[in-house]
Design a protein around this ligand. Structure first.
Ligand code: PMP
Length: 346
């Protein structure tokens, strides 16, 4: 495998070598079938086994109860910004949205296309029980902030977990619908995971095109149309890998250790400062800048020479963002910290 870089990319991002190897192998030939993974029918027994195992792993790793459906969709997390109000926001209702950051804002603007929206700026805001739902983002990928705990509300709770799903244990029963684009802690882009309480899906009253109706995906076992076969296969391998390492409890400990190492250096090193308030700091996406902004380009080039890539901050934020997803080894964070120290001593 040719992973020779410390890849801090925010998504698509680093994947475990075993996932890349297994995916490459399946593209050559799927389990001795004489066919490539890319050539097989999504209705074949071979692929049925893949989608079955992937769902089973999602259920096991996140302890998803039987009263929830696990669905595989396409269109990225961005399509969920549209599908959620299309399905759940009735014409007489109001949906509440937490404005946590860039992607929360995108979700808000899509919901406004469908109906009435109220925006709140605190996760613990009081949400009336008649609300269509309360939409939150668990981890703000661009800003580098994360909700340490989730709100308790009488209204249905909907959460965009794109950038921290499978990074820590969560209590799925707190939510009515959780969604995540795959391209961080699951696999390649192309698949979107939706976990939804069945009674919430049963409550849909809006008329929606079949391809945008959650109930259609439930009814057809995510095979109303051709699912993203390759992306689901790679996600299955990644979830197998996560399980073999001890699941989300283990990965949370490792992720915390990686984040602590980097935040400690940011706080200690006089050249750098962190962007997020300490109590809001994300374990997944660490955002920071240099006091002397004029040196930032040079530091990026310095890192690049050491094989440290993907740390440029989002274009509207600037500075740096180091993403520490599950597959990023602790040693890569050590390499970045060493780079920050050596740069200072240059
Ligand atoms: N929400 C969050 C929290 C994200 O990080 C992203 C993408 N990085 C999105 C939504 C949009 O995802 P997609 O590109 O899959 O539509």
């Amino acid at each position: 495998m040719s992973q020779t870089k410390h890849n801090f990319g925010a998504g698509p991002c680093i994947l475990p070598p075993v996932v890349l190897e297994g995916s490459a192998e399946a593209v050559r030939e799927l389990d001795g079938s004489g066919l490539s993974l890319l050539e097989i029918s999504h209705r074949s027994p071979a692929f049925s086994a893949v989608i079955f195992e992937t769902e089973k792993l999602v259920r096991e790793l996140l302890q998803v109860p039987d009263t929830y459906s696990v669905l595989f969709l396409q269109g990225g997390a961005s399509m969920q910004f549209a599908m959620i109000p299309m399905n759940f926001l009735g014409s007489e209702q109001t949906a509440y949205y937490l404005d946590g950051g860039y992607f929360g804002k995108k979700a808000i603007s899509e919901a406004k296309v469908t109906g009435q929206v109220k925006v709140v700026d605190k996760a613990d805001a009081l949400i009336p029980k008649e609300a269509a739902y309360f939409h939150i983002t668990s981890n703000n990928t661009i800003e580098g902030t994360q909700l340490p705990v989730f709100p308790v509300t009488l209204a249905p709770l909907v959460c965009d977990m794109s950038s921290d799903i499978f990074s820590r244990p969560v209590d799925i029963t707190q939510f009515d619908l959780v969604y995540a684009g795959a391209q961080k802690n699951m696999g390649p882009a192309g698949m979107t995971l939706v976990i939804a309480r069945n009674s919430f899906l049963d409550s849909i009253r809006n008329k929606v095109h079949a391809i945008l109706d959650y109930r259609v995906y439930r009814e057809h076992g995510s095979m109303y149309n051709t699912p993203p076969v390759f992306a689901i296969y790679a996600a299955m391998l990644n979830l197998r890998w996560l399980k073999s390492r001890g699941g989300v409890k283990f990965t949370q400990l490792e992720n915390r250790a990686k984040a602590q190492l980097l935040y400690d250096e940011i706080d200690r090193n006089p050249l750098f400062y962190g962007l997020a308030k300490k109590e809001e700091r994300s374990v997944m996406n660490v955002t920071f800048k240099m006091h002397d902004a004029g040196k930032e380009k040079d530091f990026l080039a310095f890192c690049e020479q050491r094989g440290i890539v993907g740390i440029a901050g989002y274009r509207t934020v600037g500075g740096f963002r180091a993403s520490l997803y599950n597959a990023l080894p602790y040693e890569s964070v050590q390499a970045l910290v060493k780079g920050m120290q050596d740069y200072g001593n240059n």
